[in-house]
Write a protein of this length. Structure first.
Length: 266
């Protein structure tokens, strides 16, 4: 039985192209909207991330260590979608970052037991679906042409669903289990305008505080280049660290890697 494979299939949803920056985007101040209007932008993105840590996809299953690079995580990806929506009205700011992945892997797995059936090992298929969203609102504390500082607060939602299916001897056996949680987060974002086209920004948040996760935090830093009135390109580095353990489920991981994004401003 390859417990490592089970854990990796569970985390495959992570080492693909993932949850990029809460704004791996063009500089917020690049929008041409008036201060009295809403400035809106949307960014599809890629996050070439690896994952390190320990996970337990099923409450009655084993907890195993994982250390997986981006290139190792691409196999088994069925579908993935990642997007950020950012808005500003005067000094009020809003950021919504969403990720969905669907992955599968076939190997030898340990099936959790039930009231009628003890745990057992069999060849089968593991399908994992994962959704994560971080929504934050905030206030622009400092607003100058060369530098801005935003204070942020919000929520980070995780929902993970796993299903194991095995076939043999004319019958099929399956087991599925889902879990999820919501964490409060507080954070900040700084932006530096270097030239009329080039800028840099950094954003960080921290949360959990034993509400659900023991601790969760993220950090992003990007360099941004304005291509036109509506388009910008960004490249940088992103880290998301989560320490969650409840009801037998364990998700104690650090995701990190380079990120790139293309922003469209309305």
């Amino acid at each position: 039985m390859k417990e490592y494979i089970l854990a990796c299939a569970f985390s495959l949803c992570v080492p693909q192209v993932l949850h990029a920056a809460d704004s791996a985007t063009a500089p917020p101040d690049a929008s041409a909207a008036n201060a009295s209007d809403w400035a809106l932008q949307i960014t599809p993105y890629l996050w070439a991330t690896g994952v390190k840590g320990k996970v337990s996809p099923f409450g009655v299953g084993p907890t195993v260590n994982i250390d997986r690079s981006f290139s190792e995580g691409r196999d088994g990806l069925n579908i993935a979608g990642f997007v950020n929506v950012w808005g500003r009205h005067d000094r009020f700011v809003l950021s919504a970052d969403m990720m969905y992945t669907d992955t599968s892997d076939e190997d030898t797995y340990r099936f959790p037991g039930t009231s009628l059936l003890p745990p057992f090992e069999a060849n089968g298929k593991l399908n994992t679906r994962q959704f994560m969203a971080t929504v934050q609102g905030g206030y622009r504390v400092v607003d100058t042409p060369a530098f801005t500082f935003d204070a942020l607060a919000g929520l980070r939602l995780w929902h993970i669903s796993n299903e194991i299916t095995a076939s043999g001897l004319g019958r099929s056996v399956s087991y599925d289990e889902s879990f999820g949680w919501v964490d409060p987060v507080v954070g900040a974002r700084v932006f530096f305008n270097l030239t009329d086209r080039l800028s840099v920004q950094a954003q960080a948040d921290i949360g959990g505080f034993d509400v659900n996760s023991d601790l969760t935090w993220s950090f992003l830093s990007t360099a941004n280049y304005t291509l036109s009135e509506h388009l910008s390109f960004s490249a940088g580095y992103k880290i998301v660290d989560t320490d969650y353990e409840k009801g037998g489920h364990v998700y104690d991981t650090r995701l990190s890697g380079p990120v790139v994004g293309i922003t469209y401003r309305f």
